[in-house]
Every structure is written in structure tokens, then in C-alpha cells.
Design a protein around this ligand. Structure first.
Ligand SMILES: [Zn+2]
Length: 60
């Protein structure tokens, strides 16, 4: 495995981490309850996903 020859300085570290950021979650309207829900995720308010009941726990 390649091993770095020199310790990278604070400047290089900062430049590297300048791209390290969380991007906002994209939201879609739930087809069942019309509330905003995170994409590719079971709806938090009704428990539906892809038009089907996916989580009974959430629905209750
Ligand atoms: Zn929903």
C-alpha cells in the first residue's frame, strides 16, 4: 500500500475538506397523503412507498 512521504499541511487539508459537505435531501410529494417525503424512502407520515403500504409501524 502506498504511504504518504510527507504530512499534508493545514492548507492542503482545508482545500480537501472544502468539498466535504452534505447536500440537501431532495423531497417529493407523497402519492398517498400529499406530504413532502424524502425520495426512495417510505413516507414518514403514512408509511406508503411506491403506492403501497410499506410500513405498518409508521401508519399507526
Ligand atoms: Zn405519505
Amino acid at each position: 500500500m502506498a504511504v504518504p512521504k510527507k504530512k499534508s499541511g493545514r492548507c492542503a487539508q482545508g482545500h480537501r475538506r472544502s468539498h466535504w459537505k452534505a447536500n440537501p435531501q431532495s423531497l417529493v410529494k407523497c402519492s398517498n397523503c400529499n406530504e413532502m417525503a424524502i425520495t426512495h424512502t417510505v413516507c414518514a407520515s403514512c408509511g406508503y412507498y411506491d403506492g403501497k403500504l410499506a410500513s405498518k409501524k409508521v401508519a399507526e
